[in-house]
Write a protein that binds this ligand. Structure first.
Ligand code: GLN
Ligand code: ZN
Length: 774
């Protein structure tokens, strides 16, 4: 039985890649120095994998930005707008890559970046390939060859990893009408063959082709393309050992296609889909000579593998097809886990007990190797010792009083339908809220945060380093909050916010105050390009030991006669942006968080806050990859939101906020959330996103964003009025609020001030126009 790895984190143990890229972009280091850093990350990664004892080590999993963008360059899918940079400016390959990823605004050029979107259900973002009707492909970037040769020079016969041709096309977008991207396969395949030919010339033996789209709902035609493509590749390169890897889900309805692909090895994600193995081990498969790669170590989470459980599965596979036909591997590329748990040495952040339940990328390699050893007939002493240690850690976790809080579990169990129901229906609530709040028509508000300036961030940094006392830090924040309140009063906003200056991040801020969370110091994961995130870790039952935001909201309300909006992050978003415990269903953890947020909502109401916003920007991204599983997720996610929102009186107004989202196919669930007001991002789509709400006759109030906060550009009053007119044409005016698209955290004060002043003026004019017609 052999071990292999599908991919290793590329950011470096200490985010060396991020730092080097950003310095390079700022002109502070040379291209040479950048390449040096990249090289040393690759060498370190190979070494780590070799030291762990992994038999077959991947190459070409490294990327300066994104592996889908690398594939665009490999096959010469370079959109026209960059051609000039290549021909006239003679940009180097890496500069071209960065131009495509980030846009190019220099000299006389102003070229936009390529679009970016989420990689399946992860928090990683890839660059979306662009295809035109006359698309042609050529073997352009030789990165994969270079990295294969580099590995060779370092003494490794590495396994190159390529994004498979079918998934590459499916993940892209047609930029013109009149064709389907999959029709390009006949033009694309020859280039893939050229690449493989060149690898073949270098005596490549194993070749991993990632085809994650095999985890999606595919049409028959799409499945047929998969079959044809791999038939051709294997025929032409019969001596190469192809490993096709799908992950993140079951192969589901594509299982037959996947299993029948004429390639040597098929990889299975047994973490997401443990039942898959039984479906595959049919007589037909047993009698073939195909191999299986058992993805048994979770590449998406930070928990220790349960060896006993894994060994049961591995032994079942051995019994069916024998060791020689099996591989042990992580479930997917380790790109989605932090690098090395050994770097976590601060017990105040991460207590030893909890650390002992965890494994990062480097530790996962050890797990893969140990599992392979334990599955042999005579495991070594060392492997057996590791098994005993593992059993102890798993048992400790299953029973730890740090994790299991009977009160929390019992509270969840005793929830009834009443707990996720507001007292009365929206129509009644709306009336009572209006009597209390006395807001004008087209009320104006913002989404919560105001500019987190350099100063604000420097105060927090100093406070963390204990260069500022709690008192000094709080006083600075209080002054900043007061300034923001005064200024909002001045320009005449109707519902004010406190500005969120005290928050580092909308999830971390709450995680730090809730029980059941820990934080790492170095647990970074690539989100996109040089941007990394350090997700909180939910390890135990979640509850709220004490109020989290009440003091700030109360203070802000005390400064003004206008209504101050309380500001919370919702349960689904907190869940979605954390590493979540895997010893109970996600829905259960989400319900626990919902109850904690509910406690906060109730306390805010008691403190006199009558408008409370519960942000849920991540609701949509939690959707399962396969449509048939959507409803089940939406049911518990919506219920969690409702639990958090339903503890208040009718007259208390609950808002929610969602960033860029397609609403069409989930609009019913959005309506089921039953927030009194929902603010959404719509300005970039010119209110098109509102159509779903209009079509559905969404009953509650809506604030369609009129101001795109993603760019420093300041919209004019006229523009915002036009957007509101568009909104009014599809949604009754009585239902509408006026607000920006999202929080203003990343903006500067100058632009913010001008834009919001214009926005308030736009709302006033709308009101006057309506008044004039009645
Ligand atoms: N209240 C948050 C803010 O204004 C919402 C951010 C978000 O939706 N991403 O920053
Ligand atoms: Zn937002």
């Amino acid at each position: 039985m052999q071990t292999h790895n599908l991919g290793y984190p590329r950011i470096g143990n200490h985010r060396e890649l991020k730092k080097a890229c950003e310095q390079y972009w700022a002109g502070k280091i040379s291209a040479n120095e950048l390449q040096q850093t990249a090289r040393s990350i690759r060498v370190q990664n190979w070494e780590a994998q070799k030291n762990a004892g992994i038999d077959v080590i991947p190459c070409n999993d490294f990327s300066f930005y994104d592996h889908v963008l690398d594939t665009c360059l490999m096959v010469g899918a370079i959109p026209k707008r960059y051609h000039d940079l290549l021909i006239q400016k003679q940009l180097s390959e890496v500069d071209l890559l960065f131009a495509m990823a980030r846009g190019y605004q220099k000299d006389e050029y102003d070229i936009t970046a390529m679009e970016m979107t989420k990689w399946f259900d992860t928090n990683y973002h890839y660059i979306v390939p662009e295809f035109s009707i006359n698309q042609s492909f050529t073997f352009f970037s030789e990165k994969v060859i270079n990295q294969f040769n580099e590995a060779k020079r370092e003494g490794y016969t590495a396994k190159p990893v390529l994004l498979g041709p079918v998934s590459f096309l499916l993940l892209g977008k047609e930029k013109e009408k009149g064709f389907h991207r999959l029709d390009l396969i006949n033009k694309l395949l020859p280039v893939y063959k050229e690449v493989i030919k060149k690898l073949d010339d270098g005596n490549v033996f194993y070749l991993q082709l990632d085809e994650p789209c095999l985890s999606l709902n595919l049409t028959e035609k799409e499945q047929q393309v998969f079959t044809n493509v791999y038939k051709e590749l294997q025929k032409e390169f019969s001596h190469i050992h192809f490993i096709v890897a799908g992950y993140f889900e079951c192969y589901g309805k594509n299982l037959q296609t996947a299993v029948s692909l004429p390639v040597k090895t098929l990889h299975l994600d047994l973490v997401r889909c443990p039942s898959q193995l039984d479906d595959i081990l049919t007589n037909e498969f047993i009698q073939s000579n195909k191999q299986l790669s058992l993805g048994i170590v979770d590449g998406r989470n930070i928990w220790k593998n349960d060896f006993e459980q894994s060994l049961t599965i591995i032994k079942k596979a051995i019994a069916a097809i024998g060791k020689e036909r099996l591989w042990i591997a992580p479930s997917c590329s380790l790109l989605h886990t932090p690098c090395d748990l050994d770097l976590e040495t601060n017990e105040l952040c991460l207590p030893l007990t909890v650390k002992n339940w965890m494994a990062f990328a480097k530790q996962k390699l050890d797990e893969v190797v140990t599992l392979a050893k334990l599955a042999t007939d005579e495991p070594s002493e060392q492997a057996l010792k590791a098994l005993e240690e593992n059993k102890l850690a798993i048992k400790d976790r299953n029973t730890s009083s740090l994790i299991h809080k009977p009160n929390v579990k019992s509270r969840v169990q005793h929830l009834t339908a009443k707990d996720n129901q507001r007292e009365s229906v929206f129509a009644i609530r709306k009336q009572l809220q209006q009597e209390l709040l006395q807001l004008p028509s087209f009320p104006t508000t913002t989404i919560g945060s105001f500019p987190q300036t350099k100063e604000v961030r420097s105060w927090r940094a100093k406070w963390k380093k204990q260069e500022l006392t709690d008192n000094e830090y709080n006083n600075l924040l209080k002054a900043e909050t007061e300034k923001a309140v005064r200024w909002q009063e001045e320009i005449g906003l109707d519902v004010l916010v406190h500005g969120e200056f005290e928050r580092n991040d909308m999830v971390e801020y709450f995680g730090e105050q809730l029980a059941g969370f820990v934080f790492t110091e170095n647990g970074w994961v690539q989100s996109y390009g040089s941007r990394c995130v350090k997700p909180p870790v939910i390890y135990g039952d979640v509850y709220r030991p004490k109020p989290m935001t009440v003091e700030w909201s109360e203070y802000a309300q005390s400064l003004t006669k206008k209504w101050m909006k309380g500001m919370l992050t919702g349960p689904v978003t907190i869940l979605q942006w954390s590493f979540v415990r895997n010893d109970q269903p996600r829905s259960e953890t989400c319900t626990q968080i919902a109850l904690a947020i509910r406690d906060e909502v109730v306390d805010l109401e008691k403190a006199g806050i009558k408008i409370i916003q519960i942000d849920e920007p991540a609701i949509r991204e939690g959707l399962p990859l396969r449509k048939e599983n959507w409803q089940q997720y939406l049911d518990w996610a919506v219920r969690a939101f409702r639990i958090s929102a339903s503890g208040v009186q009718n007259s208390t107004q609950i808002h929610t906020h969602m960033c860029y989202s397609e609403f069409n196919d989930i609009i019913k669930s959005i309506a089921d959330m039953d927030a009194d007001v929902i603010t959404i991002e719509t300005s970039r789509s010119q209110m098109e996103l509102l159509d779903a709400f209009a079509l559905f006759k969404y009953p509650n109030d809506i604030g369609p964003g009129v101001y795109d906060i993603h760019s420093p550009r300041v919209p004019s009053k006229i523009e915002m009025m036009e957007l509101m007119e568009k909104a009014k044409a599809v949604v009754p005016g009585e239902q509408l609020w006026v607000n920006p698209d999202c929080g203003l955290k990343t903006r500067g004060w100058d632009e913010t001030k001008t834009a919001l002043t214009e926005m308030v003026a736009a709302a006033k004019e709308l009101r006057e126009a309506v008044a004039a017609t009645v």
